[in-house]
Design a protein around this ligand. Structure first.
Ligand SMILES: Cc1cc2nc3c(=O)[nH]c(=O)nc-3n(C[C@H](O)[C@H](O)[C@H](O)COP(=O)(O)OP(=O)(O)OC[C@H]3O[C@@H](n4cnc5c(N)ncnc54)[C@H](O)[C@@H]3O)c2cc1C
Ligand SMILES: NC(=O)c1ccc[n+]([C@@H]2O[C@H](COP(=O)([O-])OP(=O)(O)OC[C@H]3O[C@@H](n4cnc5c(N)ncnc54)[C@H](O)[C@@H]3O)[C@@H](O)[C@H]2O)c1
Length: 468
């Protein structure tokens, strides 16, 4: 029996940052990871591979350069699957090495194998038993596999298996227009694949500001030629014969495609942990319910990351892991999650948002003004050839405090951070007006959007004075 202060199960962002935090606080930490590759879904099957594939698709097909040269370069070079996967393999390898380095430098003991609870303080992995006062469950999530799809068929993939395809299909049906499905639909369309995106819902990524969601839908259809079939629940998938796969929807729509990607949500990895032995209770799809400090119903057992459900992002998982282990060992300086959590969506074009949407503001009956700035009227936007992107800022009408930031276009996920910092500082138009932005930059869009809203206010004031 090995004794530790903390045992961390899983080496994804939640596990890595949780273990590093506990070790930095001078604790003896063990990490158990069942996969030979460290870094979890974030490094190996999710965040990094999908974002790297997107960049590769944009670079290899010349898509990013289209507007610079005024010609369609999308067929500049016939990309094969080895070209497409080369950079992804390199990025994954470097990130795995970085995680291992971080764990080693912190003096965390790494155990290879699957962990299962024997009791609330004891965990078994292989023949080894470990015991600790505090435990962090950071086992992540896996693709949910609806029973109507035969995943043993090598033409039908979940988002993990997609990374092992041997050729770029001519046609691909993506089932589920959540973030995963929509991002991959864009990447494969950019690679020249004929993509059908199907979802039972009536809009694309309905949590987005509606104007952004509609702008994305338009870009998907006009620029990438993705056929988005909304309000379509796929009910059957016939892959009995070689050749094409036949899909049938509840509406009667039928489609035939070469390959299928199922992106219909995820389930927490809790089934094999033997949580009953520890007394930890579970929610829907294996999610572990936790309090604000990420404690389960057994207070010395914490859970963080995808395993606790929404928002299930690399960024939030890392922050939750840190927070959980900080709380476990009395480091209470950062005892709450950040008040604002940004969303970055790596579709083509990229999207990012922080805070309120027009729809949530209306639902809360908060009066607001919209400040806009187009990439096409911004010098940097013109230089990089993005003529469709825009920044949309939502200000409270009464005091011009910034309540929401929405960007669609190149580098959207970077650009949103500026607005997020203004919001965290409780600032608004007054703060943004005091700033001087580098030129030419996309950051300068903040100046334009703020100016837009200030002009609207001036106009309103003048009109009301004339009315008086
Ligand atoms: C295709 C895709 C794209 C994504 N893109 C983004 C993005 O752009 N931005 C973003 O922020 N997020 C993105 N995400 C989400 C992100 O990958 C996850 O939120 C993040 O990886 C969760 O981190 P985690 O530490 O909770 O779990 P994981 O990263 O899943 O790590 C869990 C680890 O636990 C291990 N494990 C599981 N069970 C056991 C056990 N019994 N014993 C030992 N080890 C075990 C697993 O092997 C794994 O290594 C994406 C996800 C997918 C699938
Ligand atoms: N950029 C990012 O931040 C990023 C990128 C990728 C993934 N993620 C994370 O990954 C997680 C999972 O994403 P996801 O996209 O798999 O799940 P999701 O639950 O967001 O979306 C699944 C979609 O599939 C649809 N669906 C399910 N069954 C269907 C059927 N039979 N026919 C038609 N439509 C069907 C649902 O209506 C839903 O819209 C999210 O929590 C997200 O946070 C984040």
């Amino acid at each position: 029996m090995q004794e530790y202060d903390a045992i961390v199960i899983g080496s994804g962002p939640a596990g890595e940052k949780g273990a590093a935090t506990a070790a930095a606080l001078g604790k003896r930490v063990a990490m158990i990871e069942k996969n030979t590759a460290l870094g979890g879904a974030s490094t190996n099957t999710g965040t990094l591979p999908s974002k790297t594939l997107r960049e590769t698709a944009l670079a290899l097909t010349g898509m990013r350069a289209r507007n610079l040269y005024g010609v369609d370069l999308s067929l500049r070079r016939e990309a094969n699957i080895r070209d497409v996967m080369y950079h992804e393999t390199q990025v994954k390898a470097r990130e795995r090495a970085r995680v291992l380095d971080n764990i080693r430098q912190r003096g965390v003991d790494l155990y290879a194998g699957a962990a299962r609870f024997l009791d609330a303080n004891t965990i078994e992995t292989g023949r080894i038993q470990l015991r600790a006062e505090k435990i962090l469950i950071a086992t992540g999530s896996s693709p949910f596999r609806p029973p109507e799809f035969k995943f043993e068929d090598d033409r039908i993939h979940d988002s993990d298996e997609l990374l092992e395809i041997e050729s770029i299909p001519k046609s691909l049906a993506v089932i589920g227009a959540g973030v995963i499905g929509t991002e991959y639909a864009c990447t494969f369309a950019a690679l020249g694949c004929d993509v059908h995106l199907l979802d039972g819902r009536d809009s694309l990524l309905p949590f987005l500001d509606r104007e952004i969601s509609l702008a994305l839908e338009k870009a998907l259809s006009l620029d990438l030629r993705i056929q988005f079939h909304k309000n379509e629940m796929v009910k059957c998938c016939d892959s009995e014969q070689p050749g094409q796969i036949h899909l049938g929807c509840a509406s009667g729509l039928k489609l035939s495609v070469d390959q299928v990607l199922v992106a219909a949500g995820r389930s927490s990895n809790t089934a094999s942990l033997n949580l009953e032995a520890a007394g930890v209770t579970l929610g829907k799809r294996g999610i572990i319910p936790v309090n604000e400090q990420y404690q389960t119903n057994i207070p010395h057992i914490y859970a963080a990351g995808d395993v606790v459900g929404f928002p299930a992002l690399s960024s939030t998982s890392a922050a939750q892991g840190r927070l959980a282990m900080g709380h476990a060992f009395g480091f209470l300086e950062r005892s709450r999650m950040a008040a604002l959590l940004p969303t970055g969506i790596y579709t083509i074009p990229e999207i990012s948002m922080v805070g309120e949407t027009e729809e949530t503001l209306k639902a809360k009956s908060i009066e607001y003004l919209v400040g806009r700035a187009n990439y096409s009227e911004n010098a940097r936007g013109q230089i990089i050839g993005d003529c469709k992107g825009f920044l949309k800022l939502l200000f409270r009408k009464s005091d011009l405090k910034l309540l929401g930031v929405h960007v669609i276009g190149e580098l959207a996920s970077e650009l949103a951070h500026t607005g997020m910092m203004v919001m965290l500082a409780d600032g608004g138009a007054e703060l943004l007006e005091r700033a001087c932005f580098n030129y030419p930059t996309l950051g300068d869009l903040y100046e334009t959007a703020t100016h837009d809203v200030v002009l609207q206010c001036d106009l309103e004031t003048r009109q009301s004075m004339q009315g008086d």
